[in-house]
Design a protein around this ligand. Structure first.
Ligand SMILES: [Zn+2]
Length: 276
């Protein structure tokens, strides 16, 4: 007998057949020739053959669950993608789908490698516009907006120098609850002014911000050097539908049930500095 027929079925001859990922208990009852009855109980877990290729998460009671979603599967199919094309994600989530951003005081203006000057606000506005369009294109309700009198910021942009974050063009600091993965305080994104100022093109500066905003949305690094979530800053990396689908998937994690950092579908660990 199987306690959960959705996971495992048992036929009249005692053959067991896996049905879907999950756990169940198999109970076997034997009667010997003297009429003694013995019962054996065994826990069974059914995993997919290649579960590493699918996103999974760990619940608060330490059970690994495969994360599947009809919406995501349709989006992947429509874009000729599979789960293995997606960026890994951490499960960290903002509590609100509107992410209000503000700026630290006294930020320096940033000069690009070809001599144009921008405020950090201007660059962030362009990076936000990229994310807002990308997220809307996959039906996400997440949107970045400037904070105002009625809305305090849950994302704050600032600057650091090379003595503080050596070798990094940008950095994201996220304070979150380890049990629920809910982000507590404003996320902080900083640009390394020594690294970017007068060295980076306008596109590369915006790409650093788009990349860091991806981290704020829960994404890790993707193993694809044409993607904006590649670990190194570049002029020619792009925010793609892979990234927005990855964010959608991150936000489909049941809120409050993840107990640890979760998913590495296409994880990539940098082996060099000059990362973002
Ligand atoms: Zn990064």
């Amino acid at each position: 007998m199987s306690a959960n027929q959705n996971v495992v079925t048992v036929d009249a001859d005692g053959n067991i057949t896996a049905q879907e990922p999950g756990t169940t208990t198999i109970t076997a009852t034997l009667t010997d020739t003297f009429g003694n009855v013995k019962t054996y109980v065994h826990d069974f877990t059914v995993d997919l053959a290649d579960s590493s290729a699918l996103p999974s998460y760990t619940t608060a009671d330490e059970v690994t669950q495969i994360l599947t979603s009809t919406t995501i599967q349709q989006l992947l199919a429509a874009n000729g993608l599979t789960y293995s094309d997606l960026a890994p994600f951490s499960g960290k989530q903002f509590t609100s789908t509107t992410i209000y951003y503000s700026f630290n005081d006294s930020l320096l203006d940033l000069t690009t490698s070809d001599g144009q000057t921008f405020t950090e606000d201007q660059l962030v506005a362009m990076a936000s516009d990229q994310w807002n369009k990308a997220l809307a294109s996959v039906g996400s309700s997440i949107v970045f907006l400037p904070a105002d009198d009625e809305h305090t910021a849950n994302l704050v942009f600032g600057q650091k120098d090379d003595s503080e974050i050596p070798g990094y063009a940008g950095m994201t600091y996220t304070n979150y609850n380890l049990d629920t993965m809910i982000i507590n305080d404003p996320v902080n994104i900083v640009l390394n002014i020594d690294a970017v100022n007068s060295h980076y093109s306008e596109t590369a500066m915006i790409n650093v911000l788009v990349h860091e905003m991806g981290h704020a949305l829960g994404l890790g690094h993707i193993n694809d050097n044409t993607n904006v979530m590649w670990y190194a800053a570049a002029d020619n990396t792009l925010l793609t539908v892979q990234d927005s689908i990855s964010v959608l998937l991150n936000y489909e994690l049941p809120s409050g049930t993840t107990s640890e950092a979760t998913i590495g579908v296409n994880d990539y660990t940098p082996t060099q500095l000059a990362v973002v």
